[in-house]
Design a protein around this ligand. Structure first.
Ligand code: HEC
Length: 108
């Protein structure tokens, strides 16, 4: 394969950005995902839905540490949340979408 790998990788950030800007047009089941009730539900919906649906969020199972990294990453991509809001989102995601089943009973 002598495809233009360099060209591809240079396009990536631009493509992502465009995908973000016109998120609504790239799928029609985006807002069907319902988040579990929780203190940061509305906040998470507001901060995390402009670019993509929540399906990759609700499907993920990560530790709090890793959620922290994802949320940081999303913020560096353009998600708008203050540090406090990011903390709330991470807590909420870790509580509802953590890897350990044992903790799932202590939902708020
Ligand atoms: C500024 C746009 C933007 C916002 C806002 C945003 N994301 Fe993302 N997110 C992306 C992009 C771009 C990807 C990569 C999509 C892909 O790889 O197909 C992504 C991917 C993901 C993934 C999948 C990661 C993986 O490795 O598979 C998760 C989980 C995720 N986002 C969670 C969140 C959460 C939680 C929030 C809210 C805190 C959020 N996103 C807000 C742009 C954003």
């Amino acid at each position: 394969m002598h495809y233009h790998r360099v060209h591809m990788s240079r396009c990536w950030p631009g493509l992502l950005f465009v995908a973000c800007l016109c998120g609504q047009t790239t799928g029609n089941t985006k807002n069907d995902v319902k988040l579990p009730e929780g203190p940061a539900k509305a906040l998470t919906e507001r901060v995390c839905t402009p670019c993509h649906g929540l399906e990759n969020v609700v499907r993920a199972r990560m530790t709090k540490e890793r959620w922290g990294r994802v949320v940081d990453d999303m913020i560096s991509r353009g998600a708008t949340a203050t540090d406090t809001e990011a903390d709330q989102i991470v807590d909420y995601l870790a509580a509802n979408f953590g890897p350990a089943k044992a903790k799932e009973e202590s939902k708020p």
